[in-house]
Design a protein. Structure first.
Lengths: 111, 115
């Protein structure tokens, strides 16, 4: 059974800090892993997609890593800003494009 | 390019009533998904369509939930009768390719409250 866990459930940091969000998964037979952002009352926005053959992916201040052997991924956010406040969801993608989501980390960046 | 459209955005009903949600995916996307997201949890797949055929509905409570995708475009999700535990956000997503690994594009969701 595919299970995805995200730690911590909530995080509050002052503006400018670097931070790391964690995602762990039980089934390593993933095609890819994706990180999404969800703002209140809105749908999910894809941030980064890491193919199973890749180790990391970068977009601006965001860097995601993947270690299939240990069943872990991290999302690193550099120089956090209040606009980064949102819930961040990790999704493991398996055969037939099935997405299994974690419960998310709710991030609050204080000005 | 227009995104995934959903309506209504909010719905409040009494338990045992019925409700329907509508989704219009991105034009040309072959695969459509309905998810249920309970407060504080990640989205959980209810049903996956490829064109107008069902690929996976293993987590759909079929005694009360039904879904269809006529003509392989729009889709409706229905709950009849609703229970208190159905209170959640119902998300629709679509992806362009048939079955292969691909990102999904999400609509804004419909927030359902069952009283």
């Amino acid at each position: 059974k595919q299970e995805v866990t995200q730690i911590p459930a909530a995080l509050s940091v002052p503006e400018g800090e670097n931070l790391v969000l964690n995602c762990s998964f039980t089934d390593s037979a993933i095609y890819n892993l994706q990180w999404f952002r969800q703002d209140p009352g809105k749908g999910l926005t894809s941030l980064l997609l890491i193919q199973s053959s890749q180790r990391e992916q970068t977009s601006g201040r965001l860097n995601a890593s993947l270690d299939k052997s240990s069943g872990r991924s991290t999302l690193y956010i550099a120089a956090s800003q209040p606009g980064d406040s949102a819930t961040y969801l990790c999704a493991c993608v398996y055969n037939f494009n099935k997405f299994y989501f974690g419960s998310g980390t709710k991030l609050n960046v204080k000005p | 390019e227009a995104g995934v459209a959903q309506s209504p955005r909010y719905k409040i009903i009494e338990k045992r009533q019925s409700v329907a949600f509508w989704c219009n995916p991105i034009s040309g996307h072959a695969t459509l998904y309905w998810y249920q997201q309970i407060l504080g949890q990640g989205p959980k797949l209810l049903i996956q369509f490829q064109n107008n055929g069902v690929v996976d509905d293993s987590q759909l409570p079929k005694d009360r939930f039904s879904a269809e995708r006529l003509k392989g475009v729009d889709s409706t999700l229905k709950i009849q009768p609703a229970k208190l535990e159905d209170s959640a956000v119902y998300l629709c997503a679509s992806s362009p390719r048939r079955g292969g690994p691909d990102t999904q594009y999400f609509g804004p969701g419909t927030r359902l409250t069952v009283l």
